[in-house]
Design a protein around this ligand. Structure first.
Ligand SMILES: *Cc1c(COP(=O)(O)O)cnc(C)c1O
Length: 366
């Protein structure tokens, strides 16, 4: 009996009847591109995020890319990104023809260090792109005030932070735009690819609506060279159902994180540190240890699957050799890639599984 890292099918089992009804309703509507189902989800999600607008797109990478394009980012521009993130954050920037400029994280929280941002700003900088990594909000106030000082946009990558709270307000309406992924394994996941952008800026929302639909508002009238990246109405129907359970599911994740904290408090495995002004949603529970291989081996033998988020930082990926970075250029991102380990966490993890993982962690430490 082994413990999966995350059981993505469990959400379907929990809500099977409600989800199937929503999908059948969507099939019967005869509207298979955009339409009511997508609009309803956009309204529900923007209300949930306390943002004025939500625009549904094809996936999280496109949410980032279309938001950057809506901010008029293009060749010659620079965008400040974390040195430790999933590669999608960087890809969105380079796909616009712009250059990702990496900034190192704060070690305790894994999020971009605002104290290092100013020295990375040049006359070409257009956007600061923080990631709420692993579900914990980045230092938004500091980032927003730097952006105001230099007249830059802030685009947040919230692919791991559905429902997270920063200083009493949900992520979704702090920066100029916020990009979301509904990849199945995210805290709010579809049963396929899906994404969205939330914003309080009418122009940005409007541009993304045009960009996602062939650059067109009216069929066969094309204002700009757009893309085909529309949120699928069947996925929108699924997401509308699951959104109602997001807070409850995030609460269950937080309970598991609390149990891990209690076990790891006095251990030499470094537990994630939570800033007092944020409420993370524990997309991942990431610990840090220089004995990672031994730990993973021990857990595997106990039937527990762990993962590494992420084993190679973007600047050392073959995909980015063009930027000319070398090992040693971003030592914190590199150390994290070598030392982080994600423990299983998810809203459908059984109490027995939790006990088994905690027992294995205690056993490793003794
Ligand atoms: C998942 C993820 C994305 C990309 O989302 P997709 O829907 O898979 O394209 C972007 N950024 C981060 C931080 C992610 O975790």
């Amino acid at each position: 009996m082994s413990i999966h890292f995350l059981d993505v099918g469990a959400a379907y089992k929990e809500l099977q009847k409600e989800i199937e009804e929503a999908v059948i309703f969507s099939l019967q509507s005869g509207q298979y591109i955009l339409g009511q189902e997508v609009e309803h989800f956009e309204n529900d999600f923007s209300a949930y995020c306390e943002a004025r607008y939500a625009v549904g797109v094809g996936n999280g990478l496109d949410a980032l890319r279309l938001a950057l394009l809506a901010m008029k980012v293009g060749p010659g521009d620079e965008v400040i990104v974390p040195s430790n993130t999933y590669i999608a954050t960087w890809l969105a920037v380079s796909q616009c023809g712009a250059t990702p400029i990496p900034v190192e994280p704060i070690e305790e929280t894994f999020n971009i260090n605002p104290n290092l941002i100013e020295s990375a700003i040049t006359s070409r900088t257009k956007v600061i792109l923080p990631v709420h990594l692993y579900g914990q909000p980045a230092e938004l106030d500091a980032i927003l005030s730097i952006a105001r000082k230099y007249n830059l946009f802030v685009l947040e990558d919230a692919a791991q932070a559905h429902g997270a709270i920063y200083k009493g307000k949900r992520i979704g309406g702090h920066g100029d735009a916020v990009a979301w992924s509904f990849y199945p394994g995210k805290n709010l996941g579809a049963f396929g690819d899906a994404g969205a952008v939330t914003t309080n800026n009418y122009e940005i929302a409007d541009r993304i609506r045009v960009l996602r639909n062939y650059g067109s508002r009216i069929k066969y009238i094309n204002e700009i060279q757009g893309f085909n990246s529309r949120l699928d109405p069947i996925q929108a129907a699924v997401l509308r159902v699951k959104l109602k359970y997001l807070d409850e599911w995030n609460f269950r994740r937080a309970e598991i994180a609390g149990r891990y904290h209690a076990v790891l408090r006095n251990s030499y495995l470094l537990q994630p540190v939570v800033s007092t002004w944020t409420q993370p949603v524990w997309h991942l529970y990431v610990i840090r240890t220089c004995q990672r291989e031994a730990l993973r081996c021990h857990l595997t033998q106990a039937g527990i699957n762990t993962l590494i988020h992420y084993p190679i930082p973007p600047h050392l990926q073959k995909a980015y050799t063009e930027l000319g970075y070398q090992r040693g250029d971003f030592p914190l991102a590199e150390a994290m890639a070598d030392e982080v380990c994600s423990l299983p966490i998810g809203p459908h993890m059984s109490p027995d599984d939790q006990e088994q993982i905690i027992a294995a962690l205690l056993d490793f430490q003794s």
